[in-house]
Design a protein around this ligand. Sequence first.
Ligand SMILES: Nc1ncnc2c1ncn2[C@@H]1O[C@H](COP(=O)(O)OP(=O)(O)OP(=O)(O)O)[C@@H](O)[C@H]1O
Ligand SMILES: [Mg+2]
Length: 215
Amino acid sequence: MLVKVNNLSHSFGNHWVLKNLSFSVREREFVIVTGHSGAGKTTLLQVLHGARPLQRGEAEIAGYRLSSLRPGRLHCLRRELGVVFQDFKILPGKSVGENVALALEVRGMPRAQIQRRVNAVLRGVQMESMRDVPCKHLSGGEQQRVAIARAIVVNPKILLADEPTGNLDNDLSLRLVQIFRKFNEHGTTVIMATHNQTIIEEMACTQLIDLDRRR
Ligand SMILES: Nc1ncnc2c1ncn2[C@@H]1O[C@H](COP(=O)(O)OP(=O)(O)OP(=O)(O)O)[C@@H](O)[C@H]1O
Ligand SMILES: [Mg+2]
């Protein structure tokens, strides 16, 4: 199992967002997490990414048990993950290309190889012509595509994507989700939160986790 969640509960104050959630994900699955706005999709992905503490229950991801993972070792887990955050978290002062290259630079990849990978991924999300544009000048949908490019460029073991197409029209959304599908076929396990009904219907995921039905 690549991900194992057992009786996970999470609250903000006395508001329980996730309650006794259990599921497991095998290698190469394509999992969609859905549920109404406020159901806890982002919270779940944040816990899996180690961005929120594990409050109750157990969770293991990519071989790391979150309950016993020391903060100093969090970067080891994160090296296995590609993440698309709902609020992008891209650096506004840096260009499209620089934002995407960053994740490869911290991994120590040679410069020429970085350029090749960045260009290929930007082509995939149809942002190649904007490579040198500072991200602060981009539209919401363009920023979202940069966030997607940055997550997949590292060829992660697991891709955590939080509403990755929230700012895109349906055509582009489906095209980008097809990119996830391609990565998935090449071995990346995908866990994607969305409430886009078209994507849910078109994607033929291996597992649909509907948080509305799990409380
Ligand atoms: N830091 C926080 N402090 C207090 N409450 C929070 C915090 N973060 C999230 N919540 C609450 O937890 C609930 C779940 O939030 P979450 O962002 O996980 O939902 P979501 O399913 O991702 O929703 P959306 O579809 O709108 O993105 C919401 O009711 C939200 O208001
Ligand atoms: Mg959310």
